[in-house]
Design a protein around this ligand. Structure first.
Ligand code: ADP
Ligand code: MG
Length: 274
């Protein structure tokens, strides 16, 4: 779906932000891009959709080089949810906001109407609301509804749950997981919340100072405490507790598995299967 080949990038008058970065994201994957503030996560996500272009190296989106492909074409494939929904929302009604990107992309009017109606229902929104008066969670849902209405192949989420309460977070993330599993939409999620990463991502890319420090299945990365420390992110609690308990808990990753493992330890059943 997207391939970075020896990509370097720096903002004008700044230092090199991304240095010789190479990775490949397959169609249908659910990737978390993690790292401390300033590691370059947002920059990588903006490079993915052509908002920024590499200074050296190449990025291929669905085989097309972002250096030579017009942004308008890239925008049809990539949906981008900004960290702050207020940077995304630009219309005065929710209905117009959801329709906005589809209009820009020239979708037929009746198709836009149908999709707006579906989006309003899916995200529990009202078409005549004034977006800027709504709560943070609602504004995030409005922005996401607009992005998803265009059916992007790659969905990029920059800290998607910032400012959301627990239920709003689950509601949005479960919907994104459903799209990933049922519609095979590729997801790249920027986050420094390891609990969220553990619950939703399949694979993790670890970034530090614009360089790739680690890349692997979520279960493997979560167990590498030294790597997470180097990347300056706080490990998720259950994998970290499992590590502290030693080898017999090596396969424990979720609360349920931890619960079962502790129960069978108490029963003194060393041959337990988790
Ligand atoms: N628009 C910009 N202009 C100049 N420097 C920037 C800009 N955006 C980010 N940077 C710098 O690039 C580096 C990486 O930033 P960013 O990609 O936002 O990191 P992250 O999302 O991981 O916090 C930081 O050192 C930051 O100061
Ligand atoms: Mg950022």
């Amino acid at each position: 779906m997207i391939r970075f080949e020896h990509v370097s990038f720096g903002y004008p008058h700044g230092e090199t932000t991304i240095e010789d970065l190479s990775f490949h994201i397959k169609k249908g994957d659910f990737i978390a891009l993690i790292g401390a503030n300033g590691a370059g996560k947002s920059t990588v996500s903006r490079l993915c959709n052509g908002l920024l272009r590499p200074l050296s190296g190449h990025i291929y989106l669905d085989g097309q080089d972002t250096l030579t492909t017009p942004t308008s074409l890239l925008a049809r494939k990539v949906g981008f949810l900004f960290q702050n929904p207020d940077r995304q929302i630009c219309e005065n009604t929710v209905e117009a906001e959801i329709a906005f990107s589809m209009k820009v992309q020239g979708w037929p009017d009746d198709e836009i109407r149908k999709r707006v109606a579906t989006a309003l229902e899916t995200f529990d929104l009202k078409g005549d609301w004034f977006p800027f008066n709504r709560s943070r969670g609602e504004r995030q849902r409005i922005a996401l509804a607009g992005v998803l209405a265009c059916e992007p192949q790659l969905l990029i989420l920059d800290e998607p749950t910032t400012g959301l309460d627990y239920l709003e977070c689950i509601h949005i993330m479960d919907h994104i997981r459903m799209l990933n599993e049922e519609k095979n939409i590729t997801v790249l999620m920027v986050s420094h919340d390891m609990e969220l990463v553990q619950d939703y991502a399949k694979r993790v890319l670890v970034l530090r100072d614009g360089k790739l420090l680690g890349d692997g299945p979520v279960k493997e990365i979560m167990k590498q405490e030294a790597l997470l420390r180097q990347a300056r992110v706080l490990p998720a609690q259950i994998p970290s507790l499992a590590l502290a308990f030693g080898d017999r808990f090596a396969e424990v990753f979720t609360i349920r598995e931890m619960h079962e493992a502790i129960l069978s330890e108490k029963k003194g059943d060393p041959g337990r299967k988790l």
